[in-house]
Design a protein around this ligand. Sequence first.
Ligand SMILES: Nc1ncnc2c1ncn2[C@@H]1O[C@H](COP(=O)(O)OP(=O)(O)O)[C@@H](O)[C@H]1O
Ligand SMILES: N[C@@H](CCC(=O)OP(=O)(O)O)C(=O)O
Length: 377
Amino acid sequence: MRKIPIIKTIVIKIGSNIITDQINGINQTFISELSGTISRVKEFAENVVIVSSGSVAAGFRCLGYKSKPEDIIDKQACAAVGQTRLIRLYEKEFSKNNINVAQILLTKDDLSNRRRYLNARYTIRKLLEHGSIPIINENDSVVVDELKYIESFGDNDNLSALVAGLISADMLLILSDVEGLFDKDPTKYADAKLVSEVKYVNNEMLNYAGDSVSGIGTGGMKSKIKAAKKALDSGCYVGIINGNSTENVLKFLRGEETGTFFSHIEDPKNKKKLWLAYATIPKGDIVVDDGAVRAVRINKKSLLPSGIVDVSGKFGIGDVVRIVNKNEEEIGRGKVRYSHFDLKKIMGRKTSEIYDILGYKFSDEVIHRDDMVLEIT
Ligand SMILES: Nc1ncnc2c1ncn2[C@@H]1O[C@H](COP(=O)(O)OP(=O)(O)O)[C@@H](O)[C@H]1O
Ligand SMILES: N[C@@H](CCC(=O)OP(=O)(O)O)C(=O)O
């Protein structure tokens, strides 16, 4: 038996593979069983939030596609059709157990704006106070993917980790179509073994975790591990279990051996820094020299204009930008105190020169230490 901590708030992520079937698009039996299980999860956790995938997988057949389409615009049309069907079934099946459901559709842009991020938190909390279960998905139909700064969550594993951080959940339980994390991709290696417990997420794990192969799911195991790391950083435990039997949720929460348990949480980072690291969409890049990399990384200093060698993108005061080294590797990000326009004039110069060049000086720092986060995964 495992020792599962006491939980107040749990986020349960449902993957496309388990919520859809080959015939009807949506697996109604699964949602019905999930409804029964969720009513019993309330014995373990006061608050339950669901992050549900499946809008694209549930919608593509309705629009006449033979398989999940590749192009973003096709997927968006499928999501618009699939999401309504999905939520209709959630409502129907959950009402049988007297559970109110509430739909929340989010974009990365919503969470990238600090005020909207906080507003999303308040709305979810209010719903929980009323005993409702928020069912969250990405607002797929309106998301724009840009070439450089990706504006979508990428996959719902990532979204579920952000939601866990947003509402300070204690447990993120990811329901997929595999038993948990294997030491090799189980679709390729027959001798792959289930990993029962993970203490520390490391890069080696990303090597043995593969992508999704089903043609239905999106992130695969790689994105689940990255999501686990983000949730653990937010002080939230993580489990990955096979959700084909929803009974596994209860087994996991009772401490029975099922799936993979990520058992070691980090001291939660400052909440604002977590938001900076994981939820924001940077508006541009500040390229810095090796001395500035050392100053911010090792000496824990703020970023000053003298170490900046280039600036790209268009941003204003208070926008979030990436700090990159000369090889364009991101070393951190933060809220900038000068616009791209003014920064181009003062880059490479001493702080004592700022006033003479710009005719004003907001501060010596381009990004203050308090508004900066490093080691982004
Ligand atoms: N090391 C691994 N352990 C477990 N599953 C893996 C691993 N590497 C790749 N996978 C694949 O990841 C899939 C689950 O991810 P995905 O298809 O995105 O499902 P979901 O819809 O549940 O998010 C599994 O079905 C499996 O094929
Ligand atoms: N927002 C998308 C989710 C895509 C996604 O991440 O799927 P999955 O890997 O099955 O969790 C949808 O509802 O289809």
